[in-house]
Design a protein around this ligand. Structure first.
Ligand SMILES: [Zn+2]
Length: 369
């Protein structure tokens, strides 16, 4: 569901809570643990209906491992430069499902990767923040990323994998995928995203500064430089620009979670609807409605009903993930992002049944069928 259309929601109805469990703090790095440095991470990728992300790990003896992770709840927990300690020796298994896909060809071509691993189901691990790891193990591997300047792109080779940073000036979504225009002073470069397996990042909006890691430099027939995404492309939010969008202040989930900002407009995508309940109440007596009538026998008022409801969802803007609660009925329908026809159908259904509750991760498009 990370590929849903972005929704802009007004500030008055947003509550965010820290959604992810704090990374387990492991104070003991015993000699028996196998430590790896996280040197690379992809965005959320899609293969058919499956969503996952990839991380690249560097072992203490400089071996690289590309690992596929299916649980998107851990997406923000894996941070480049942090380390991971596995508590058992036997923690990887070869993952075969990606082989013979376009994604695998991309990984082979751009990164020379020939094997992909998965973490064994029973393997336990802890993620250690990079400062802590350096102090305790002295495993000071330098994975500092080198950004290529947009202005010096012309001197890099075609097909070269680069990291680049700039101000987003335009985001265009069409059938051919997403095109993002990046600026640096007067220079501008278009970044093309092939949408086949790379979910376009919805948190990327104009006037914000981002780093695009692992993109490939290309030159068009007309000699224009552009960049295309790879399987290991990652989008790092750097900051918002001082100049703000037309209405209100645009903020990011990360800022709200950190408490640096308390209120503002966010652009997000809904990753999961956790709970939705809708109900009609009789405007005159407040009783519930069943089969188009007020359920209170003594109520002689003409049938006039009001819809109430609540929605809990997991939302993401590529800076972080948050838990969102909405109580306003207009707001709920905005988040559900359904057509006016579908909305009418729900309203009709609701008058027939007493109430409507969906819980625990049922996808909204299934609910509406
Ligand atoms: Zn009534």
């Amino acid at each position: 569901m990370f590929d849903e259309k972005p929704i802009v929601i007004s500030k008055s109805i947003i509550q965010v809570q820290k959604n992810l469990k704090e990374t387990e703090k492991n104070e003991d790095i015993f000699g028996c643990d196998t430590n790896y440095r996280i040197i690379n991470k992809s965005s959320i990728l899609q293969l058919k209906i499956q969503q996952f992300f990839l991380i690249e790990l560097l072992s203490s003896d400089n071996e690289k491992y590309l690992v596929k992770i299916d649980d998107l709840n851990h997406f923000f927990g894996w941070k480049v430069k942090d380390s991971v300690a596995f508590h058992e020796d036997d923690h990887f298994q070869i993952c075969t499902e990606i082989y013979n896909t376009e994604l695998f060809l991309d990984l082979q071509e751009n990164f020379g990767i020939s094997q992909i691993f998965e973490i064994k189901e029973k393997a336990s691990y802890s993620i250690l923040p990079c400062e802590m790891e350096d102090k305790r193990t002295g495993m000071g591997i330098d994975v500092a990323e080198f950004d290529t300047k947009i202005s010096s792109l012309s001197s890099t080779l075609n097909g070269e994998v680069v990291n680049i940073r700039g101000v987003v000036s335009e985001v265009i979504n069409d059938d051919n995928g997403t095109r993002i225009v990046l600026n640096e002073d007067l220079q501008s470069t278009k970044l093309y995203l092939r949408a086949c397996y790379n979910c376009p990042p919805k948190g990327i909006v104009p006037k914000t500064i981002w780093r695009f890691c692992n993109v490939v430099k290309q030159t068009s027939r007309k000699n224009n430089i552009y960049l295309s995404s790879t399987a290991l492309t990652r989008f790092e939010f750097i900051s918002g620009k001082t100049e703000l969008p037309s209405k209100g202040e645009l903020v990011f989930i990360q800022d709200l979670l950190n408490g640096t900002l308390k209120i503002g407009e966010i652009v997000f995508s809904v990753s999961e609807i956790l709970k939705l309940s809708l109900e009609y109440l009789c405007v005159s007596c407040g009783s519930s409605v069943y089969n188009g009538y007020c359920t209170y026998v003594g109520c002689k008022a003409p049938p006039k009903f009001e819809m109430i409801g609540s929605l809990q969802a997991c939302i993401s803007d590529y800076t972080n993930v948050a838990f969102l609660v909405a109580k306003d009925i207009d707001c709920i329908f905005t988040i559900l992002n359904i057509s006016s026809k579908e909305k009418l159908e729900i309203e009709e259904d609701l008058k027939r049944i007493e109430d409507f509750t969906i819980q625990n991760g049922t996808k909204i498009h299934k609910i509406l069928q």
